[in-house]
Design a protein around this ligand. Structure first.
Ligand code: SF4
Length: 60
């Protein structure tokens, strides 16, 4: 399973990924934090990768 990684320099803290996938992401200090990279049970985190407005999320 792919692991999502957030580039904190790119992240603008919009919160979209945390709304789409609260099991995987949470906001800490206005940046997205991957709290549980294995928690996605539907799309392997592709939805948040595709939705992030600044392409801050990659899969490794
Ligand atoms: S969607 Fe992208 S910019 Fe918005 S909080 Fe998540 S990682 Fe940051």
């Amino acid at each position: 399973m792919a692991t999502p990684v957030v580039n904190l320099e790119l992240c603008i803290g919009c919160g979209l990924c945390t709304e789409l996938c609260p099991n995987v992401y949470e906001l800490r200090d206005d940046k997205a934090w991957v709290k549980d990279p294995k928690a996605c049970d539907s799309c392997d985190c592709k939805q948040t990768v595709d939705s992030c407005p600044v392409q801050a999320i990659t899969l490794e």
